[in-house]
Design a protein around this ligand. Structure first.
Ligand SMILES: NC(=O)c1ccc[n+]([C@@H]2O[C@H](COP(=O)([O-])OP(=O)(O)OC[C@H]3O[C@@H](n4cnc5c(N)ncnc54)[C@H](O)[C@@H]3O)[C@@H](O)[C@H]2O)c1
Length: 343
C-alpha cells in the first residue's frame, strides 16, 4: 500500500534517511524542515536527486505552519524527527530547546488531532528520558563503564527522570506523544533512541559523537585536523550504537505494527553486542585508518550517562525488529561515507 508520508525534520540525519526509504518504497513523500541544521540543505539536494519530493519550508514552533502543512499533505504516516538535538544548545538556549522539542511536538499533535486524526505518528524520542541513571551501579573498567546488574541493557521499565533542558523538552514531548494515544485515540508511538550514526549525518562536536570522531580521524589522516581531539570526561562512557539502515527499518516496522503498539514507548539501539565507549571507538579508528589520535580530556558534560545500552526485547517481540548491522560493519561503512563527503 502506498502512503502519504510526511517527515518532519526531513532534511536532518534521521529524517533524510527515512524520507529516502519512503521514496525507495514508492510512497508519496513530503518533508518539513526549517533548515536550521548545518547540512540540511545538502541533504535536501540529495533527496531531490533521488525522486520527486514535496518540500515544506516550515517551523514546528509555529502552529499555523503545521496546520498548513498537514492541511496540504493529509498524511497517513508522520515520522516526527524535527528537533533541537544538542544538549549543549539546550543549556545555552533553553527557550529555543523548549519551543522546538516540547512546543513543536505539541503543535504537531494538535494539528494531527484537528486535521489528520487517523495518521500514524512515530516520534524520535531519546534515552535521555531516563536521566542520569543515578540508582544504577556502574563499574569502571580499562576502556569502559559497565552495568553488571543490567547484562542485557535497560528496558522500558526504567523510571523516567528528566534532567537538563534537553531531557525535559524531549521528555515532555515523549509523554505528550504517548498521552495523545490514551486521551485522544491518536495512533502514536515513541522510539527512545540511543546513539545513531550513518550516512547523511553531519555531526558536530555537540551532537552525533560517532560521526564527529570519525570526521576528526579522517581529518587527521588527510592532514586537515591537527592537534588533540577533545573528549568530555574520561572517554569510558558507553552507548549502543545503531546504524542508519537498521534505524530506518525500525520506523517502518513500527508503522506496520501500529495496531499492537499504539501509545507505547520502545528503547531502540544497537543492543549490548553493539555497545561502544569513546575510547574503544578511537582505538578502532586508529586501527582502521592507521592514524594516531591524540586526545585532550575536558570536564564531563552535565547529564552525560555513564552507560546507556538499550534492551530491545520489546521491539523484537512486538514489531519483530532487531538491529542487524554489527558495529564494526556500520563503522566501516560510515568511514567510507565520510571519506567521500565534501560538505
Ligand atoms: N541522532 C541520534 O543519535 C539521536 C538520538 C536520540 C534522539 N534523537 C532524536 O531524533 C531526532 C532527529 O535527530 P537527528 O540526529 O536526525 O538530528 P538533525 O539535527 O540531523 O535533524 C533534525 C532536523 O530538524 C530540523 N529542525 C530543527 N528545528 C526545527 C524547527 N523548529 N522546525 C522544523 N525543523 C526543524 C533541522 O533543520 C534538521 O534538519 C531529534 O528529535 C533527536 O532529538 C536522535
Amino acid at each position: 500500500m502506498s502512503w502519504r508520508l510526511l517527515v518532519t525534520g526531513g532534511c536532518g540525519f534521521i529524517g533524510a534517511n527515512l524520507a529516502a526509504e519512503g521514496l525507495r518504497r514508492s510512497h508519496s513523500v513530503a518533508v518539513l524542515d526549517s533548515f536550521r541544521r548545518h547540512g540540511s540543505v545538502e541533504n535536501l539536494r540529495w533527496l531531490q536527486s533521488m525522486d520527486r519530493l514535496v518540500v515544506h519550508h516550515a517551523d514546528v514552533r509555529v502552529y499555523n505552519d503545521l496546520r498548513r502543512v498537514l492541511g496540504e499533505t493529509r498524511p497517513d504516516v508522520i515520522f516526527h524527527t524535527a528537533g533541537q538535538v544538542a544538549m549543549t544548545t539546550s543549556i545555552s538556549n533553553p527557550r529555543l530547546d523548549f519551543q522546538t522539542n516540547a512546543l513543536g511536538t505539541h503543535n504537531l499533535l494538535e494539528a494531527v488531532r484537528q486535521l489528520a486524526p487517523d495518521a500514524v505518528v512515530v516520534y524520535s524520542s531519546t534515552n535521555k528520558v531516563y536521566g542520569d541513571l543515578a540508582g544504577v551501579r556502574f563499574v569502571e573498567q580499562a576502556t569502559r563503564y559497565t552495568t553488571p546488574d543490567y547484562p542485557a541493557g535497560f528496558d522500558e521499565s526504567l523510571p523516567l527522570d528528566f534532567r537538563s533542558p534537553y531531557g525535559c523538552s524531549k521528555g515532555a514531548a515523549d509523554q505528550y506523544v504517548l498521552d495523545y494515544a490514551r486521551t485522544f485515540n491518536l495512533r502514536t508511538v515513541g522510539l527512545r533512541h540511543s546513539s545513531c550514526f550513518g550516512g547523511r549525518q553531519l555531526a558536530t562536536s555537540d551532537q552525533g559523537w560517532v560521526g564527529w570522531f570519525i570526521q576528526q580521524a579522517v581529518g587527521i589522516k588527510r592532514g586537515t585536523v591537527k592537534g588533540p581531539i577533545a573528549i568530555a570526561g574520561n572517554g569510558k562512557q558507553v552507548r549502543d550504537i545503531l546504524y542508519a539502515p537498521d534505524l530506518v527499518e525500525c520506523y517502518f516496522s513500527a508503522v506496520d505494527g501500529m495496531d499492537k503498539i499504539c501509545g507505547q514507548a520502545f528503547n531502540i539501539g544497537g543492543g549490548m553486542a553493539n555497545s561502544l565507549s569513546i575510547l574503544e571507538l578511537l582505538a578502532f579508528l586508529e586501527t582502521e585508518l592507521d592514524v594516531r589520535v591524540a586526545v585532550a580530556k575536558t570536564p564531563p558534560r552535565p547529564s552525560d550517562q555513564k552507560v546507556f545500552v538499550a534492551n530491545t526485547r520489546k521491539a523484537a517481540e512486538l514489531i519483530h525488529w532487531r538491529p542487524r548491522t554489527s558495529k564494526e560493519s556500520g563503522l566501516r561503512q560510515m568511514i567510507g561515507w565520510v571519506q567521500l563527503t565534501t560538505f
